[in-house]
Write a protein that binds this ligand. Structure first.
Ligand code: FNR
Length: 313
């Protein structure tokens, strides 16, 4: 994996499934993270080749429940993000997917209580020994590049110290969400604290936080010196943020997303959630289109809604 001058789609639960990742890549994302999947869940799964749509599926054993879907078109840029609090479990889980992805990333930033109470996500930030155990175990046993995504600690000094310890484990890159665990998404990202880490490390740093326009890519790179730039909400609201030609109208992007969701037989819950997030941001769920999306139960229902509200109007 090469991280220099790369545009990166951030991991987003319920959003970063195959159609969204392919959409972001089509507009110019070089590296695309999948949504976080917890190791416990992955351990109940097996790998299956899906000849019907040409995908590789990680499916819960004994069911048709697809937990992760990828395809060869994205194999050189898709990053599998995992939630874990245990090195052996992380390794066993990663072995199921590592041959089909470009890198495996460990989530060390999620502040949600289900993550933290299980010792995962942001809970790891205060356990450098466990971080070392997880990352070195993965590094030692897998050929796939290993990375992690962290948040800022209380002081810039603490963040730099943690990042130095992470670098020593041999990871290929570290992504930094420039907010502290207690910060809300509306609090401004502190790019200057990413710059302190970039100065201290030799491995690539991926800068994340408050990138909403294509111009912001150069601004954050200049402000931080980071190798790569990662976007979450800016991409969710309009995946063409990655395009050097400028953003496309969000309705066009929405239509393209639905088309890809149908082609790749995406999980209806993921498609609905992603569409609702787009609609809330640009319009309203109180309007007829939003209400119809909420009522949809299948991808066919969603296709019908799009036909009426996006393609015919
Ligand atoms: C996220 N974020 C996130 N982070 C992570 O490491 N794993 C995940 O699965 C998720 N899921 C997720 C879902 C949604 C809907 C959002 C908006 C965010 C955090 C995300 O990757 C990113 O770090 C922050 O959103 C900050 O970036 P932006 O939004 O300022 O570009």
């Amino acid at each position: 994996m090469e991280y220099r001058n790369k545009l990166v789609l951030a991991p987003m639960v319920r959003v970063g499934t195959l159609p969204f990742r392919l959409l972001a890549a089509e507009y110019g994302a070089d590296i695309t993270y999948g949504e976080e999947i917890i190791d416990h869940k992955l351990l109940k799964c097996e790998r299956r080749v899906n000849d019907v749509i040409g995908s590789i599926d990680v499916v819960e054993k004994g069911t048709e429940n697809v937990v992760f879907r990828t395809c060869h078109q994205e194999s050189s840029r898709v990053v599998f993000q995992m939630g874990t609090s245990n090195a052996v479990r992380a390794l066993t889980a990663a072995q199921i997917v590592c041959k089909d992805v470009a890198a495996v990333d460990i989530n060390m930033g999620c502040p949600k209580s289900f993550s933290v109470s299980g010792g995962m996500g942001a809970a790891l930030l205060t356990k450098p020994e466990l971080i070392r155990d997880i990352l070195t175990t993965l590094k030692r046993n897998l050929d796939t590049p290993i990375t992690c995504k962290i948040r800022l600690l209380q002081s810039s000094h603490d963040t730099v110290e943690l990042a130095r310890r992470i670098e020593k484990t041999g990871v290929s890159a570290v992504a930094i969400h420039a907010r502290k665990v207690a910060d809300r998404p509306r609090d401004p990202a502190k790019w200057s604290e990413i710059a302190d880490v970039v100065t201290a490390l030799s491995i690539p740093v991926i800068a994340n936080g408050d990138i909403f326009e294509h111009e912001d890519f150069e601004r954050i790179k200049a402000a931080t010196g980071a190798s790569a730039v990662m976007v979450a909400r800016g991409a969710l609201w309009n995946a063409s943020v990655f395009s050097p030609k400028g953003k496309r109208p969000w309705e066009v992007v929405k239509g393209e997303y639905v088309r890809k969701s149908i082609l790749w037989d995406n999980d209806i819950k993921s498609t609905k959630h992603t569409l609702k997030e787009m609609i809330v941001h640009h319009s309203s769920l109180e309007l007829p289109e939003g209400k119809a999306v909420i009522k949809s139960e299948t991808l066919a229902d969603i296709a019908y809604v799009m036909l009426i509200y996006t393609f015919l109007l």
